[in-house]
Design a protein around this ligand. Structure first.
Ligand SMILES: [Zn+2]
Length: 80
């Protein structure tokens, strides 16, 4: 799944340095499958959702965390 928004809506996007890359159709990001990156993004997601629960707007959370608000919106719908 996409490490940025956890969407399964992604397609193969060619190879870079021999690694298969993917393009997420939901958030538009390119990524390679990487466990460490997924763990890192889980932490970022928890931070963003914590801010959301504290009452911050998606726009403000996006600014603070540097995560696209479309991604945060996806997390909010899925996890809250
Ligand atoms: Zn994505």
């Amino acid at each position: 799944m996409c490490p940025y928004c956890e969407s399964k809506n992604y397609v193969k996007n060619g190879k870079v340095n021999g690694k298969q890359t993917y393009l997420c159709k939901d958030c538009g990001k390119r990524f390679v499958m990487n466990r460490e990156k997924n763990a890192y993004n889980n932490i970022r997601r928890e931070e963003a959702l914590k801010l959301y629960r504290e009452g911050l707007s998606l726009r403000k959370i996006s600014k603070l965390t540097n995560i696209p608000h479309t991604t945060i919106n996806y997390w909010v719908r899925k996890y809250t």
